[in-house]
Design a protein around this ligand. Structure first.
Ligand code: ADP
Length: 448
């Protein structure tokens, strides 16, 4: 029943098992990097760019009215109608296709297409065309914001490549296209998905001051005091706070994480489309966690510690070990007779395995996901300390957090150690990209 070569297995896993002191050191390095990101003179040196979002307040539950929202940059393009009535929220949404030709056409074609979709949506939902509708836009591409409703695209990602949009204000482009269709909508705010998560959770719990994404990638935002944001160029009126989009996935790009980088991380980075970039993200998020585990598994097989030293072709294929397999393997209990682990191994064409191999697979997955969750906790702990409120709720979105059986508990456990004097709660965000955008528009409507 016992795995073969337990000493060797221990050696192979050891580089991924970090001490409490190490997590404390990572937290300190992230804090320093974020301070640089917020400054004017050290900004270019920082990995976490700490972008100003111009979102100044969270919802207080008094928001009312009808708001449109657009969600572009996730899996689907959606138009939503959100009715806010105090704490009550009702939503209707429609998914629209964006043809390949438009994704790689001109900016005008893309925004004209979006305007057409808004027009059909208004028609379908029988909305009053004489009343101007405020709109919140979740635009999940890297942007440098210059105002709540002014965001210049830094670069296209995720298969989009429309000409004439980089460096342009996407709100101006949207407004030009809707004007052509004579639709009465006004974009009040542009946000990203972290802000969406924060705002949608804050609507239910106004102690929410941090938004976190643990999905394909990872990122976080938090409410910061304006006096600490050296790059602040807005007014000094109350509330003297603004949400900062940390873009923390890039932490480690300037080697701050080299002291914990394993051979597995180096291999994952090498085969990625952006070597040397998003180093923290590659240690944590769903796009890479399965591949880290696969790297470890192959090392174990080649050392003769797993599957009698034989790996299937599939198991040797980069990116073939999905992060969801980690969730499945870790949700097996010993008395289940490893049902899910066996399913995963069958899917990977592993022919010969014993209970001892299942146990080793569980151990590998647990070590990899624990490091990811603890690293995320180190980052959250920095933000918790910065928020300086006695009780803080953290709004979280993303399939990794949602579906991994232990991520929530692991983050909670490490966060309690790293920020021992803080009261906090992790809260799952529901449809942050839609509801969040409408709420930002609503709050702006209320304040300005
Ligand atoms: P996105 O971040 O692109 O908006 P998601 O939040 O759905 O979308 O995240 C997708 C990522 O979540 C994928 O990289 C995938 O590996 C990971 N994922 C999907 N299902 C699971 C699961 N059951 N357990 C852990 N990770 C998962």
């Amino acid at each position: 029943m016992l795995p073969k070569n337990p000493k060797q297995i221990e050696e192979i896993l050891k580089p991924l098992q970090l001490s409490s002191e190490t997590y404390g050191a990572i937290k300190q390095k992230m804090d320093d990097d974020m301070t640089n990101g917020l400054s004017t003179d050290q900004h270019t040196l920082a990995d976490a760019k700490m972008y100003i979002t111009y979102v100044r307040a969270v919802p207080n539950g008094t928001e009312v009215g009808n708001f449109l929202a657009l969600d572009l940059g996730g899996t689907n393009f959606r138009v939503l109608l959100i009715k806010l009535d105090g704490g009550e929220v009702t939503m209707q949404s429609t998914i629209y296709m964006i043809p390949e030709a438009i994704m790689t056409g001109t900016g005008a074609q893309l925004f004209d297409h979006i305007a057409n979709c808004i027009d059909s949506f208004i028609e379908d939902k029988k909305l009053d065309r004489t009343v101007e509708l405020p709109l919140g836009f979740t635009f999940s591409f890297p942007c440098k914001q210059e105002g709540l409703a002014k965001a210049r695209l830094v670069t296209w990602t995720k298969g989009f490549n429309c000409s004439g949009v980089v460096n342009e204000d996407i709100v101006r482009l949207l407004h030009e296209s809707v004007a052509k269709k004579q639709i009465k909508v006004r974009c009040i705010a542009v946000i990203n998905d972290t802000v969406g998560a924060l705002m949608s959770c804050a609507h239910e719990d106004n102690r929410c001051q941090i938004g976190l994404i643990l999905g394909t990638g990872t990122n976080a935002c938090y409410m910061e005091k304006i006096e600490r944001v050296q790059q602040w160029d807005g007014d000094d009126e109350s509330p003297q706070e603004v949400i900062i989009n940390t873009e923390w996935g890039a932490f480690g790009n300037s080697k701050a994480l080299n002291f914990i980088t394993t051979e597995y991380d180096t291999n994952v980075d090498k085969i990625s489309i952006n070597p040397g970039k998003q180093i923290y993200e590659k240690m944590i998020s769903g796009m890479y966690m399965g591949e880290i585990a696969r790297q470890v598994v192959i090392k174990l097989v080649d050392a003769g510690c797993l599957f009698d030293g034989v790996a299937s072709e599939k198991l040797r294929t980069p990116m073939a070990f999905l992060t969801k397999y980690i969730s499945e393997i870790e949700s097996d209990e010993e008395f289940d007779n490893f049902v899910k682990t066996r399913q995963v191994l069958d899917e990977l064409d592993v022919e010969r395995y014993r209970v001892a191999d299942c146990l080793v697979m569980q151990e590998v997955c647990s070590v990899v996901s624990t490091r990811a969750a603890y690293l995320a906790a180190a980052g959250i702990s920095v933000l918790l300390d910065r928020v300086e409120k006695p009780e803080v709720t953290i709004g979280v979105d993303g399939s990794l957090y949602r579906y991994h059986p232990k991520f929530h508990d692991l983050i909670t456990e490490k966060l309690s150690q790293l920020s021992p004097h803080k009261k906090f709660k992790l809260m799952l965000s529901h449809d942050g990209s839609g509801k969040g955008a409408a709420l930002v528009a609503a709050v702006a409507w209320r304040i300005y």
